[in-house]
Write a protein that binds this ligand. Structure first.
Ligand SMILES: Nc1ncnc2c1ncn2[C@@H]1O[C@H](COP(=O)(O)OP(=O)(O)OP(=O)(O)O)[C@@H](O)[C@H]1O
Length: 237
């Protein structure tokens, strides 16, 4: 099937990932629709980062298959996937502007104007050294790095951690405004549903490396009669 007519951008079949002592992902079957914003939810250690890293082609499943746009992800897929890791990968000695220039050299799909526009909307000073940025400002810089690319799949691992609630709400509004469902799909892992809830078309709840709920946000809200945040409390607490 050609890439363009495929309905799902990500297809996971029977995925397991075992580390030495840990079965981190334990039999996941999952399909992610093109053009959606998907919340990957779950408590600490439920397998969110492991699943995102496998989709990004950074680690491989112990068994099962993952297809991204019909291909098994590997290091070559980085040109088609923008992955924002949970860890801080930025160099402290660079300025914000130097960081963006440095990153732009790695990607053919880097959009200079988008980076400049986001620098302004995220209220970052291009001349500031990365080492002097607060945790929340570094998180904003990482988001600019991910959204300055036109990759069809954007994977964001805990992108809002360290960002205060009011800035988080503002950033989320700007992501929703800029999101182009005809071109992109976003999968975003988070613990904090409060502000991010309005973003999600679909949500996947993980527990102990398995999918326990997978539906549209709308269906879940009407089935449970409450917000996703309240569903989280019912499911995990
Ligand atoms: N490299 C590794 N070696 C061994 N165990 C690992 C490794 N990476 C993850 N794990 C374990 O696999 C399980 C799933 O971890 P993962 O980081 O995917 O969870 P998570 O849902 O992203 O958690 P968090 O919300 O805390 O970031 C955890 O028990 C974790 O300790």
């Amino acid at each position: 099937m050609s890439d363009d007519i495929r309905e799902h951008i990500v297809e996971c079949k029977g995925i397991h990932k075992r580390y030495l002592l840990k079965h981190a992902v334990n039999g996941i079957d999952l399909q992610i629709k093109k053009g959606s914003i998907v919340g990957l939810l779950g408590p600490n250690g439920s397998g969110k980062s492991t699943l995102l890293k496998m989709m990004a082609g950074l680690i491989y499943p112990t068994s099962g298959t993952i297809l991204v746009n019909g291909r098994e992800p590997d290091v070559r897929n980085k040109s088609r996937i923008a992955y924002l890791p949970e860890i801080d990968y930025l160099y402290g000695w660079m300025t914000v502007a130097e960081t963006l220039r440095f990153l732009s050299g790695f990607y053919d799909d880097w959009q200079e104007e988008k980076a400049a526009e986001m620098l302004w909307t995220m209220e970052l000073d291009g001349n500031q050294k990365v080492r002097n940025l607060s945790k929340g400002l570094r998180a904003r810089l990482k988001l600019i790095a991910a959204f300055s690319r036109s990759a069809p799949l954007i994977l964001l691992d805990e992108p809002f951690s360290g960002i205060d609630p009011s800035s988080r709400a503002k950033i989320i509004r700007s992501i929703i405004q800029q999101f182009d469902a005809a071109e992109q799909t976003i999968i975003l892992s988070t613990h904090s549903l409060n502000e991010s809830e309005p973003m999600f078309d679909d949500v996947v709840f993980l527990q102990q490396g398995q999918v326990i709920i997978n539906d549209t946000a709308e269906n879940l809200r009407s089935e449970y009669g409450c917000s996703l945040e309240n569903i989280w409390e019912k499911v995990y607490e």
